[in-house]
Write a protein that binds this ligand. Structure first.
Ligand code: AMP
Length: 229
């Protein structure tokens, strides 16, 4: 029975969860589910619920557990996730972590591990305030080490035709709130996964995305996770 990846990515905002989860998706052939991306899409729907979600995100606060659990569990019930998935940005509370384990156990699966990407606070602030994204295709850039001009948008259009903007929650003030929320919530989640040996920390300070990905592949090897055939 192949050990398909069922993993969560965990770490402070800006640690590279999205970038690494996308690489993992390409190499291991399982969907990448980003709670932040799903919520940002929802927040632009113009509905009452969308506006409520936007008010949490724009202030750097967490949306309620019940709401995010409903959204994420609908995603992982989809046929595309039956052979594994990589969750990024979820869980962000012990309640979410417990609910995820329960849902998976009910379907006969087990989350193999939580990959914790570690990064110093100075580097986080530096990275996040220089982060930009294309509102149209979702590509993420960094003005300092991965500028839009060097890569272009995911749809292959000239970069001059893309809407490259800063996320409303990547401004210096909101970054501080998000870091505070992370500091307050991270410890219990780390303990939760460490307790039964499912925590896999990876230090990313001063490392390129390629170096982090190499460490990540080694870690998955240790976990016995193999690419989906
Ligand atoms: P991210 O893109 O992962 O940094 O998420 C952006 C924002 O979406 C967060 O600051 C929260 O407001 C919200 N969010 C994302 N994931 C969760 C989650 N698992 N629980 C609660 N709120 C979340």
């Amino acid at each position: 029975m192949p050990n398909n990846p069922r993993l969560v990515f965990f770490g402070p905002p800006g640690a590279g969860k999205g970038t690494q989860a996308e690489r993992l998706t390409e190499t291991y052939g399982v969907p990448h589910i980003s709670s932040g991306d799903i919520l940002r899409d929802g927040s632009r729907s113009g509905t009452e619920l969308g506006n409520e979600i936007a008010s949490y995100i724009d202030n750097g606060r967490l949306v309620p557990d019940e709401l995010i659990c409903r959204i994420i569990f609908e995603e992982i019930a989809k046929p595309a996730c039956q052979r594994g998935f990589v969750l990024d940005g979820f869980p962000r509370s012990v309640e979410q972590a417990e609910a995820l384990d329960e849902i998976l156990a009910g379907r006969g699966f087990r989350l193999q591990g939580a990959i914790e990407l570690e990064l110093s606070e100075a580097e986080i602030t530096d990275r996040l305030t220089a982060r930009r994204w294309c509102e149209d295709c979702g590509a993420v850039f960094n003005l300092k080490f991965d500028p839009p001009e060097m890569r272009g948008c995911k749809r292959g259009r000239p970069i001059s035709e893309c809407d490259i903007v800063q996320r409303a929650d990547d401004t210096a003030g909101t970054v501080q709130t998000r870091l505070k929320v992370y500091r307050e919530t991270a410890g219990p989640i780390i303990d939760y996964y460490a307790r039964d040996g499912r925590l896999y920390p990876i230090v990313t300070n001063g490392q390129s995305p390629e170096e982090v990905f190499r460490q990540l592949q080694n870690t998955l090897g240790e976990m016995g996770v193999v690419p989906v055939q």
